[in-house]
Design a protein. Structure first.
Length: 259
């Protein structure tokens, strides 16, 4: 299971009957002295400056989907993926869903990488926020069905990208509820051609992060599998609103297939 050091974020609670928050400050890891020594001040400043991009993107996604966005945080140590079957440059994980057991239940948190926020354009950041949101909805659906004891292993990066592309609900079924929906769909189409983010972000990350020996963590794709006890899955409860919306999405998906 992917684990995150949440102690550095602190804990906060909401008073509107929403679940207790795990993450107090999504940028909290940048307060660590070791991180401040490892990453140039200018890059950290750029990351914090783009908080507005993230918040605006999340607001648009929530308006267009009528679903609350999950908690997120910025990871200063870039995960880079590799497999034993492939050669060449490592592939950065710009964002991913993280499973965390919290008080006996599973919580899903979006991990955004520091290079994504530092080097990504506004449209790219917001497209990746939407892309991970699609996976979040799919994971919640699997939890509701008790169908997520472990995620599939992808033995190559090509297969991982293919599985990534096939796992989500169609965006057109989810983003339908505001005038922001067309822009979200446009960003997803433009930024995820061939199910991969643009070459600009990849090159910038390679040149200005990986090649400059900024913090990275190697992730073996063959071992990047989350195994969660069935008892924990059965105890997990998500907001009623997302459960209702997922049922609506499933019905709409069936209707679209029957046309």
């Amino acid at each position: 299971m992917q684990k995150v050091d949440y102690e550095s974020f602190g804990i906060s609670k909401e008073n509107n009957n929403q679940p207790e928050k795990i993450i107090k400050d999504p940028f909290g890891k940048f307060e660590d002295v070791n991180i401040q020594k490892a990453i140039p001040k200018k890059i950290i400043k750029d990351i914090k400056r783009k908080k507005e991009f993230i918040e605006n993107g999340i607001n648009r996604i929530e308006e267009a989907s009528k679903i609350r966005y999950p908690e997120y945080y910025i990871e200063p140590i870039l995960p880079i993926a590799f497999t034993s079957l492939e050669r060449g440059s490592p592939t950065p994980y710009f964002a991913r869903n993280i499973f965390h057991i919290w008080k006996g239940e599973v919580r899903i948190i979006i991990q955004l990488s520091a290079p994504l926020i530092a080097f990504g354009l506004k449209g790219t950041i917001q497209a990746i926020l939407a892309h991970e949101f699609l996976h979040y909805i799919e994971y919640v659906r699997k939890f509701e069905r008790l169908d997520i004891i472990s995620d599939e292993i992808s033995s190559t990066l090509f297969e991982a990208k293919y599985a990534d592309a096939c796992r989500s609900f169609k965006p057109e079924l989810i983003f339908t509820h505001s005038n922001k929906a067309p822009q979200i769909l446009k960003h997803l189409r433009e930024k995820f051609q061939n199910h991969s983010v643009g070459e600009r972000l990849i090159k910038k990350t390679t040149d200005d992060w990986i090649n400059k020996s900024l913090p990275v963590r190697r992730v073996n794709l063959e071992n990047n599998v989350s195994s969660i006890p069935i008892e924990t899955i059965m105890r997990t409860r998500f907001d009623l609103d997302i459960g209702k919306r997922i049922k609506e999405l499933e019905q709409n998906a069936k209707k679209s297939k029957s046309r």
